[in-house]
Each structure stands twice: as structure tokens, then as C-alpha cells.
Design a binder for this molecule. Structure first.
Ligand SMILES: Nc1nc2c(c(=O)[nH]1)N(C=O)[C@@H](CNc1ccc(C(=O)N[C@@H](CCC(=O)O)C(=O)O)cc1)CN2
Ligand SMILES: Nc1ncnc2c1ncn2[C@@H]1O[C@H](COP(=O)(O)OP(=O)(O)OP(=O)(O)O)[C@@H](O)[C@H]1O
Length: 189
């Protein structure tokens, strides 16, 4: 099956998930992130503001922040690597392209993710080898090679979105772990 076909099916599955289930799943994701086993206070985490049916919530960003993590969010500038800005609370988010909400503060440049200890990467699915399927804009595939060695790259998906094998291309950056509501953080070997 092509990447395009996978995306279409995964998105239509996600749209069928009731809001109440998404809400509970977001609480679980947040619980894992602030359990002390995934992120430590003082660490820098690149996160994302979920759109449409993506797993997670703005509350999760607040929880991470209250836990003591420093939270960076992506800002889309053109078609290349993502820019980054600090998350400074719900009220600091402003509308961006594709219905995104983005931080309104200073842009820190594309290399800001070098300071991240962990990057939470939005994904439609991930496979057992850490191959991630995104929305197909290629922003993360261009940004993730700029992260420092040892930075944990974590695909955030629903429990049903881990598959045996997904189509991959040479530019796809492998994830080091996946985070799901019910299984928590699973590292790929
Ligand atoms: N929350 C989030 N932030 C992100 C990404 C993402 O996938 N999710 N990106 C990952 O690269 C970058 C933005 N790229 C994007 C590329 C395409 C669409 C998109 O196709 N949006 C749909 C609406 C959403 C839906 O119906 O599911 C659209 O515009 O029709 C969104 C973001 C940076 N920030
Ligand atoms: N490192 C790169 N350099 C240049 N172009 C790239 C790179 N990575 C991806 N692209 C371009 O982006 C397109 C989409 O890539 P891909 O299908 O892997 O996106 P994705 O990982 O699913 O999406 P995203 O990263 O936006 O969440 C590719 O067809 C390619 O043209």
C-alpha cells in the first residue's frame, strides 16, 4: 500500500474516534509524560499543538510546563525545516497555516531543536522499526536531522497506530521511541 493510501485510511479511522475517547487518551499521554519516567524536570521538549483528530492536547503542554519541562513548539515558515518558539501558555498561541496554532514569541531558528532532550513528533502511524508516517509535508523529515545525537525522537500515536511495517523512503528519519495512551513510552531496539 502506498504512503498516500495509508494516510487516507489512517485519517479516516482517526476521524471516527469520539471526542470523549480522544479526551481520555490525551489525559493518559500527559500522565506518561509527567510520570517522571519519560521526561525529567529541567529538560527541553519539542512538542506540538494537536490539530483535528491528532492525539494530545494543549493541556498536555501546560502539564509538561508545570512539571518543569521547557517546551518548544514548531512554527511553519515556507516548505523547509521547522522554526521553533517557546510555549508560554495557551494565550500565547496564534493561528498559523493548515489550521495550526503556533507560539507568538521570538523565533529561535531551525537549529533550536539541537537543545531538545526529546522531540515529540506528530505521526499518523509508526512501525516496529521506528519508521514514521506523517502528513506528507516533509517538515519533520527536514528538521529531525538537525537534532543532537542522543535526542529521543518520539512518535505520538494512538495504540492502534503501531504497525508491523510501513512504506519508507531514504529521507525518512527513524524514531527512537513511540508514545501511546495505553502503553506509554516504548523504545525501539
Ligand atoms: N500538530 C501538528 N503540528 C505540526 C505538524 C503536524 O503534523 N501536526 N507538522 C508536520 O509536519 C507541521 C505542519 N504541517 C502540516 C502539514 C499538513 C497539515 C494538514 O494536512 N492539515 C489538514 C487538516 C488536518 C486534518 O484534517 O487532519 C488540512 O490542511 O487539510 C497540517 C500540518 C508542523 N506542525
Ligand atoms: N530531507 C529532505 N530534504 C528534502 N526534501 C525532503 C526531505 N524529507 C522529505 N522531503 C520531501 O517531503 C516530501 C514528504 O515526505 P514524507 O512523505 O516522508 O513526509 P512525512 O514524514 O510523512 O511528513 P511530515 O514530516 O511533514 O510530517 C517528500 O516527498 C520529499 O519531497
Amino acid at each position: 500500500m502506498t504512503k498516500w493510501r495509508w494516510r487516507k485510511e489512517l485519517l479516516s479511522e482517526r476521524r471516527r474516534v469520539p471526542a470523549s475517547v480522544r479526551f481520555e487518551e490525551a489525559i493518559s499521554l500527559s500522565g506518561h509524560l509527567t510520570s517522571g519516567r519519560v521526561v525529567r524536570p529541567g529538560q527541553t521538549v519539542c512538542a506540538f499543538v494537536p490539530i483535528a483528530s491528532e492525539p494530545g492536547s494543549v493541556q498536555m503542554l501546560d502539564d509538561l510546563h508545570d512539571f518543569g519541562a521547557r517546551v518548544l513548539l514548531p512554527v511553519v515558515i515556507g516548505r523547509g525545516a521547522l522554526e521553533w518558539g517557546w510555549y508560554a501558555g495557551k494565550d500565547s498561541l496564534v493561528p498559523g497555516p493548515y489550521g495550526l496554532r503556533e507560539p507568538n514569541g521570538e523565533l529561535l531558528g531551525v537549529t533550536a531543536l539541537r537543545i531538545a532532550d526529546m522531540v515529540l513528533v506528530p505521526a499518523l502511524a509508526v512501525d516496529r522499526n521506528g519508521i514514521r508516517l506523517g502528513r506528507g509535508a516533509g517538515h519533520y523529515d527536514q528538521s529531525l536531522p538537525l537534532a543532537s545525537n542522543g535526542t529521543e525522537l518520539v512518535a505520538v500515536v494512538r495504540d492502534q497506530e503501531i504497525f508491523e511495517a510501513l512504506p519508507s523512503e531514504p529521507h525518512d528519519v527513524r524514531m527512537s521511541a513511540v508514545l501511546t495512551p495505553n502503553r506509554g513510552l516504548l523504545r525501539f531496539v
